[in-house]
Write a protein that binds this ligand. Structure first.
Ligand code: AP5
Length: 214
């Protein structure tokens, strides 16, 4: 059972994805996290991705598909929760081919619906731990000690692509390139379920858990 967690930037995919992965024994495969890891490690792939990410543009499909294939091949026994992937029609078709080749099946596409203005507000107040990656929100989920991670005490930072101007471009790219991927999945045979992501984290989670359990 592989699952796609779909939605605009800042919809809560990472927040919910971590919880769902733990609850259902899935492995969250976030292409954004993988790209940031490549950037931190200074790999050629990370260096190529940097200029796209900093501008809020999409990294080329071939790069993304190669990266996903590497993980899925290496972790063949895992059941995946895809977060932030696929983001274009070409990626969706590439994933379909990959699933077939690896004899895997997609069971559901869960979509988090969140309004643009809520997203701009959420991302302008998102911070993350530079050491362990834990994510906070200065408005809705602040750390216990200002600037310090609750989990490991690491220093909290802001993502370079969370500046308002870049967030607005990410949203435009989402509407133009990514949202149409839902038409592709709407043709079946998958279940596409929309969940209202504007509510408190626990309420959104309860809906997603119910959908996945069904
Ligand atoms: P990526 O890292 O995937 O970013 P994104 O999809 O834009 O999503 P985010 O990580 O910003 O948000 P999220 O939905 O996970 O929200 P979160 O849970 O953190 O991609 C970054 C870049 O990499 C892309 O722009 C692109 O350049 C490149 N890239 C990645 N994948 C690619 C691909 N497949 N193809 C091409 N390029 C690719 O929540 C956000 C904030 O809100 C947090 O502070 C959180 O605490 C808070 N929050 C969450 N839920 C709630 C709630 N219910 N109520 C109140 N606050 C909440």
């Amino acid at each position: 059972m592989d699952v796609i967690l779909f939605g605009p930037p800042g919809a809560g995919k990472g927040t919910q994805g971590d919880r769902l992965a733990e609850r259902f024994g899935l492995e969250r495969l976030s292409t954004g996290d993988l790209l940031r890891e490549h950037r931190r490690n200074g790999t050629p792939l990370g260096r190529e991705a940097q200029r796209y990410m900093d501008a809020g543009e999409l990294v080329p499909d071939a790069v993304i598909l190669g990266m996903v294939e590497d993980v899925m091949t290496a972790r063949s026994r895992a059941r995946f929760l895809f977060d932030g992937f696929p983001r274009t029609r070409a990626q969706a078709e590439g994933l379909a081919a990959l699933l077939e080749r690896l004899n895997r099946k997609l069971s559901a596409v869960l979509v988090l619906d969140v309004d643009d203005e809520t997203i701009v507000e959420r991302l302008s107040s998102r911070v993350f731990c530079g050491n362990c990656g834990a994510v906070y929100n200065l408005r809705t989920d602040p750390p216990a000690a200002p600037g310090r991670c609750n989990v490991c005490g690491g220093r909290l930072e802001q993502r370079s692509d969370d500046r308002e101007e870049t967030v607005r471009n990410r949203l435009a790219v989402y509407r133009r390139e990514t949202a149409p991927v839902l038409d592709y999945y709407g043709q079946g045979p998958f279940t596409v379920v929309h969940v209202n992501g504007e509510r408190p984290v626990e309420d959104v989670q309860a809906d997603l858990v119910a959908q996945l359990a069904a």
